[in-house]
Design a protein around this ligand. Structure first.
Ligand code: ADP
Ligand code: ADP
Length: 227
């Protein structure tokens, strides 16, 4: 099977201590990997390493067979903390449009009409087309997460990384987000960091458990023994 992500012997350091050490992990193209593990186990760090956002790492990461060179475009990212100030006066549509910013472009970049149209499509795809003109301050937790997913899709990724996307959403939005992820998985590889056991058992095809190193990688059915 073709691999979306291949990680060999990855260690990531913040200062002297490794946050993760010697991790080997691969993800099939079209796969759906769930990542679980205790707080501080290195789950977010692993996602950030795949995105090239960690300062000090050793080992190799290949994305669709290419050595990692900040493979933006191949990989979309829904961070745990978006860095977006909820009181900032910006609309849902504008946040999603920013997802189209390429490295090196500033927010003063003039977007084309095609960029704008693409944004409407993305909003529709995640089910928040009707919220396009709403200020982000007025979005619910679930709507905000869907907006972040739409923003991540703006690069047209082959692989989508999500860090606890259901952490602060109500139960019905959570179900909608998991339905959306299942649908997106028919088009792209998904790597999901979660504490939500339901997501693990019902959707995820493989499971990784991290606690500084890889504790487990395999069938999701075994997850109940791990957490
Ligand atoms: P998880 O996502 O599993 O909770 P993290 O990847 O966030 O784990 O963190 C792994 C370890 O790295 C923890 O010990 C955490 O304190 C440390 N860490 C994470 N980010 C930083 C950072 N920016 N600076 C220093 N230490 C960090
Ligand atoms: P933390 O979880 O440590 O608070 P985030 O995960 O929100 O931080 O973001 C970490 C870094 O990733 C930030 O510098 C942010 O600008 C950057 N970032 C956010 N989204 C993307 C993306 N789609 N592609 C590349 N980098 C991103």
């Amino acid at each position: 099977t073709k691999k979306a992500v291949q990680i060999e012997n990855l260690s990531v350091y913040y200062g002297q201590t490794p946050a993760i050490a010697g991790v080997c992990l691969d993800v099939d193209d079209g796969g759906y990997l769930g990542i679980i593990g205790p707080n501080g186990g290195g789950k977010s760090t692993l996602l950030k390493a795949i995105l090239g956002l960690v300062p000090k790492a050793s080992g190799t990461i290949q994305i669709y067979g290419q050595a990692f060179r900040g493979n933006k475009g191949l990989v979309g990212y829904v961070p745990q903390f978006s860095g977006l100030n909820r009181s900032f006066p910006i609309t849902t549509r504008e946040v999603v449009l920013m997802g189209k910013l390429k490295p090196g472009l500033t927010p003063l970049h003039k977007f084309t009409g095609a960029d704008q149209e693409g944004t409407e499509e993305l909003l529709e795809r995640v089910g928040i087309y009707h919220l396009a003109s709403r200020q982000i301050a007025a979005l619910s937790g679930g709507e905000f997460q869907k907006m972040l997913i739409a923003r991540a899709l703006a690069v047209n990724p082959r692989c989508l990384l999500l860090d606890e996307p259901t952490a602060s959403v109500d139960a019905s939005s959570r179900d909608q987000i998991y339905d959306l992820l299942a649908e997106l998985n028919t088009q792209m590889t998904i790597i999901l960091v979660t504490h939500d056991l339901r997501a693990i058992s019902s959707q995820v095809r493989t499971l990784a458990c991290l606690n500084g190193h890889l504790v487990y990688h395999g069938e999701p059915e075994l997850s109940e023994r791990l957490v």
